[in-house]
Design a protein around this ligand. Structure first.
Ligand code: ADP
Length: 293
């Protein structure tokens, strides 16, 4: 198999970032990402993380990701890799970040993450949304401001993904009708809280261990939302230790009966998965909708 030498590309990106020649001594492709190419660069200036993509939309995606990371960094609640540079180098959109070297998890790793996420969520806003749009996976995510969480969740999250699934022939009109029925019930089911700054895509694959054995978050899809949707999503694919939930609750208790709302919030990531990865995720959506017919 022909394998390209990427070194000139990497060095050109590093030149763009630092304004001088930086030699790449070694590079290593990293797996785990769903969308982009990712490498660890070993250079004379230290290690860097670089991801890139040839697709047209990627430049916008990396810009939104960089802005999301920077926003989270500013709040100083959780460790986030520093953004060094993003842009387009010879038709390749890229994002260059601080490289996170992982150590063994410290004993209080999950407890720490719970407390830190609560700290992040204490950053509030008067509206739900954000001053820029971003992406959830490879799909556009609108963050147009709205004053009500229920309206935001329905209009900017559920309807967008359900509509896209219908448009792409992944679901039928019957599912849209069931969704409409659910929308009518949501105002009496979902509590309103002050909009909180969310990571926005918090599953275990986006939590890394840093060089001190403490948590570090990557790949955000930030916006101000109801923090319940963030905690709900951590439960969808699992991987978060009980200590995480205890520490979060101890620091910033959720409203009563949160557990009953978890599956409603997770309709959003499930519909996103239907659109990104196919109809195998549909049964999860249908199971929830059946309960609210
Ligand atoms: P994608 O945008 O394709 O989902 P990710 O951002 O998830 O890519 O990155 C792919 C993998 O690279 C992650 O699963 C993680 O293991 C690793 N990774 C991501 N960011 C960093 C970083 N700053 N330092 C070190 N490794 C990273």
């Amino acid at each position: 198999m022909f394998s390209a030498d990427y070194t000139p590309f990497f060095e050109s990106v590093l030149f763009e970032a630092f304004g001088k020649d930086v030699e790449v001594n070694k590079y290593q492709f990293l797996g785990g990402g769903c969308i982009n190419n990712a490498v660890k660069l070993d250079t004379a200036m230290g290690k860097f993380f670089l991801k890139w993509n040839d697709s047209k939309q990627s430049e916008e995606m990396f810009e939104a990701e960089a802005n999301g990371l920077s926003l989270l960094i500013d709040k100083q609640a959780i460790t986030i890799p520093h953004v060094i540079k993003y842009g387009n180098n010879n038709g390749k959109a890229y994002l260059l970040l601080e490289f996170i070297s992982s150590a063994y998890r410290q004993k209080n790793y999950w407890e720490r993450l719970g407390g830190q996420l609560a700290d992040l969520h204490r950053n509030t806003h008067s509206y739900f949304g954000l001053h820029f749009n971003n992406f959830i996976g490879a799909l556009p995510q609108s963050n147009e401001y709205l004053p009500s969480w229920v309206d935001f969740f329905i209009e900017k999250r559920l309807k967008v993904q359900a509509g896209l699934a219908y448009y792409n022939g992944l679901v039928g009109k019957d599912l849209l009708k069931k969704m409409e029925k659910l929308y009518e019930k949501l105002p009496s089911m979902l509590p309103e809280e002050q909009p909180a700054l969310l990571h926005g895509d918090l599953w275990s694959g986006n939590v890394m261990v840093d060089s001190q054995g403490l948590p570090c978050l990557i790949d955000p899809a930030v916006y101000y939302g109801n923090r319940e949707i963030e905690l709900a999503f951590t439960q969808l694919f699992g991987g978060f230790d009980d200590d995480f939930y205890y520490a979060y609750q101890a620091s910033f208790p959720l409203l009563p009966e949160f557990d009953k709302r978890v599956e409603i919030y997770n309709l959003y990531p499930l519909l996103v998965h239907v659109n990104l990865f196919g109809t195998s995720y549909l049964s999860g959506v249908e199971r929830v909708l059946k309960r609210y017919e």
